[in-house]
Design a protein around this ligand. Structure first.
Ligand SMILES: NC(=O)c1ccc[n+]([C@@H]2O[C@H](COP(=O)([O-])OP(=O)(O)OC[C@H]3O[C@@H](n4cnc5c(N)ncnc54)[C@H](OP(=O)(O)O)[C@@H]3O)[C@@H](O)[C@H]2O)c1
Length: 269
């Protein structure tokens, strides 16, 4: 059955491929972007910065006026700040949280009155493996995704009575614009104490991402979630090693798991 789907951040990466695939499958897809893009003509494009609450409310209202319902909300828009906690500028930290966390909160709150009235709906929040473990030099990104985890867990329980499902997707490393779009900061106010280590770790982070899976794989997974009658609460979409890391995080003593991350990211002791 054709669904009305609202997905944020379709200018590139997961959003672009997911929006196209869902439209190809016959769903009515409304996708948001902040800039002029060449887009799949089957996707209805809306201009939106998810940090702008009034704009989010107008966008959702526009879709509801046209379609009368929104069956699926996919919170995909996101950005990535790289750098040590001590030197990242506050503006970048705020922007990280405003986009990845507040952006999702804005769309969720805007869509909920309609979904409650419908008596059904699905909210898919794109988190990350970085939402399940604190990644060095990507702390604010991890913090924003950990927040998505907590938000989704609580939301799922609150929405059960309204038959609205909350699904979290945790992608591992994928090759998207995320890597070139990441804002990296390693020196601030002449503090370059982290520069050498950050650059070393960043090389590993970028190698992992550039060697990651293509976004089409995640798009196919999201499409299956959208079409599933009974989706799971969580989908970790990642390599065997990354899935193993998620399991190890929960079974190993904290210091052992930290050592695994330190070794992986080339952190000197
Ligand atoms: N790639 C990975 O390895 C990976 C792994 C785990 C999780 N993720 C998550 O997956 C999601 C999609 O990322 P991606 O990998 O596909 O990266 P991407 O290619 O950089 O796409 C990110 C999308 O988010 C949009 N966006 C950023 N800030 C926005 C804002 N303030 N308002 C509205 N849209 C905004 C971007 O639009 P503009 O073009 O306007 O900037 C772009 O369309 C993100 O939530 C990311 O954290 C990615």
């Amino acid at each position: 059955m054709s669904k009305v789907i609202f997905i944020t951040g379709i200018s590139s990466g997961f959003g672009k491929h997911t929006a196209s695939l869902l439209a190809e499958k016959g769903h009515k897809v409304y996708g948001t972007t902040r800039k002029e893009i060449e887009h799949d003509p089957r996707v209805n494009v809306l201009y939106l910065d998810v940090t702008d609450l009034p704009a989010v409310e107008i966008c959702i209202k526009t879709v509801l006026e046209k379609e009368g319902r929104i069956d699926v909300l996919i919170n995909n828009a996101g950005m990535h700040t790289g750098g040590a906690i001590e030197v990242a500028p506050y503006d970048d930290i705020r922007s990280q949280i405003d986009t990845n966390l507040m952006g999702a909160i804005h769309t969720i709150r805007a869509v909920l009155p309609a979904m409650r009235k419908q008596g059904e709906g699905t909210i898919i929040n794109i988190s990350s493996i970085g939402g399940l473990m604190g990644l060095p030099f990507q702390a604010f990104y991890s913090a924003s995704k950990f927040a998505i985890e907590g938000l989704s867990e609580a939301l799922r329980i609150e929405l059960k009575q309204f038959k609205i499902r909350v699904v979290v997707v945790n992608p591992g490393d994928f090759h998207t614009h995320n890597t070139i779009n990441r804002k990296n900061v390693y020196i601030r106010d002449n503090n370059n104490a982290y520069e050498e280590q950050f650059k070393k770790s960043l090389t590993i982070i970028e190698k992992d991402e550039n060697g990651g899976w293509p976004p089409e794989i995640l798009a196919r997974k999201i499409s299956r979630i959208v079409e599933s009658k009974n989706p799971c609460n969580r989908y970790v979409v990642a390599s065997f090693e990354q899935k193993l890391a998620v399991v190890l995080k929960y079974i190993l003593p904290g210091s052992w798991f930290a050592k695994i991350l330190e070794d992986h990211y080339g952190i000197k002791s």
